[in-house]
Write a new protein. Structure first.
Length: 316
């Protein structure tokens, strides 16, 4: 189906409209970074303007990267492992050449950004704070080259420093994407809040690996990879619930959402909106279907707005 045909057949459900950190979305579903390209790749399957709440573009770094060598993706039971290696053209190239092709769609765009130092994070935030961008999603799962390669996201003090550095140079909403590979995710979220972050998104992928028993070698070229898909959903739900009880800033919940029921679970646990990633690799129309299912749930239980679902599981 053509983009024009999609736009003539789909109308947004007003009960699904949300405002996340000042970002107005037609529904609470954000296309997760890394599985949706930059959006137009799915335009033949979805009406990006009416069926998608927002798009978190493919992860960007200060300079272009070729990504990892060898096998980059492998299926696992109820999930997918990937070690893409942040292949991207670089922040400046994105702003100059890619962003102009995206602005024809009436959908908010989040710049997903990674860096190796705090100064680079600040530079990225400045570079990407341009007309057409609605918010910054700061990925702190990347290695900190100033701290012997330890991921930024495992140290609350460093997370607070990164958040402050980004917050200082931009007026856009700052949303920090948290790694689940930590001891206490609530402490990391508190650090984002202390650093002036507007919100958090969680969880990023879990670290895993797969082995080929015939070659007796790792399946992935990078040995380890990020696990996503339904397998991680129980962990993600638990972490969203823990963070929702610990901070006052809003949450984007993600991790294994395949259906509208999955999305509603995350909102009941405290997420104000959700991201859908791996599901779109299985079904390119997944976001539209999930939004429709969420609308059916809202009608079934007579909610005036999907936002009324948020935090329904939390103690009052």
């Amino acid at each position: 189906m053509s983009e024009r045909d999609l736009q003539n057949t789909v109308a947004p459900n007003p009960k699904l409209a949300v405002d996340f950190c000042g970002i107005k979305m037609k529904n609470p579903i954000i296309a997760a970074s890394g599985t949706f390209g930059n959006g137009p790749e799915y335009a033949g399957y979805l009406d990006l303007t009416n069926q998608v709440g927002a798009i978190s573009v493919k992860g960007l770094t200060p300079k272009g990267r070729p990504g990892n060598y060898g096998t980059r993706i492998a299926e696992t039971p109820s999930g997918v492992l990937n070690c893409i290696g942040l292949e991207n053209p670089g922040a400046e190239h994105f702003v100059e050449h890619v962003l102009p092709t995206l602005t024809k769609y009436d959908v908010p765009l989040l710049a997903n950004m990674s860096a190796g130092t705090i100064d680079e994070f600040a530079w990225m935030a400045e570079t990407l704070s341009v007309p057409g961008m609605s918010g910054l999603e700061v990925n702190v799962s990347c290695p900190n080259v100033e701290c012997e390669g330890m991921a930024f996201g495992v140290d609350p003090k460093v997370v607070e420093q990164v958040t402050k550095a980004v917050r200082k140079v931009t007026k856009l909403p700052v949303i920090v994407k948290l790694s689940p590979n930590v001891t206490d995710i609530a402490e990391i979220a508190k650090a984002v809040e202390a650093g002036g972050g507007d919100g958090v998104s969680l969880i990023n992928t879990l670290l895993g690996m797969a082995i080929n028993v015939h070659t007796r070698k790792p399946v992935l070229g990078n040995t380890y990879g990020g696990l996503s898909g339904p397998a991680v959903k129980p962990v993600a739900l638990r972490m969203v619930y823990q963070v929702a009880k610990a901070v006052n800033i809003p949450i984007i919940g993600l991790g294994g959402i395949m259906t509208g029921t999955d999305a509603i679970e995350f909102m009941l646990a405290g997420a104000s909106c959700v991201q859908v990633g791996t599901a779109t690799m299985v079904d390119p129309t997944a976001i539209g279907r999930i939004a429709s299912e969420m609308g059916e749930y809202v009608d079934q239980y007579n909610y005036a707005s999907v936002s009324d679902v948020v935090g329904g599981l939390l103690p009052h």
